[in-house]
Design a protein around this ligand. Sequence first.
Ligand code: GRF
Length: 203
Amino acid sequence: RRVVVLISGNGSNLQALIDAQQHDQLGGEIVAVISNQPDAYGLKRARDAGIDAVALPHREYESRDAFDGALIKVIERHEPDLVVLAGFMRFLTPRFVQRFLGRMINIHPSLLPDYQGLQTHARALADGVSEHGCSVHFVTEELDGGPVALQAVVAVAENDTEATLKAKVQAREHLIMPIAVKWCLEGRLRFGPKGVTFDGTPL
Ligand code: GRF
């Protein structure tokens, strides 16, 4: 089973996937890593692991649609069973989302549907919530609005700062991301006409 990972930055979630693969815990192979930021550190992580690393700078395309068209081509060349957005910081066009619907997941640093969008940790702290966390969800046209597949909860401590909370949440991201990928590749976790199901049970 083949996985293509899209990133924009550090790629610590990508690293968690690479580590899982190297321990035969991913249920498939990462066949390419694509970044819209040519200097993303995650591209180096991919190269170091012997994975095809592709820089596709969005600035070189005249429109969002042209960029997404090019991105679709590069992804499809690798014939993925699953597309994983791991810190990919671009809005996607409906055409792109439709093309990979049910085969594309994203990791988001909040307990969705709470705190969609950016600055999730700062907003959670400002609200004084006692629990925060991260979610893997299937990607639909609504940004951070697709159905949730897997979540991890983190207790917010009184002395947590944005940085400490982010670190705690990221540690959980690195746990749930490889599990979600494995379950998707095994066909246990699916998103179809009946919504998200796990081993046949609607979530
Ligand atoms: C993660 O916090 C993820 O939830 C968000 O972007 C960040 C990416 O981090 N979507 P990394 O590049 O995987 O280190």
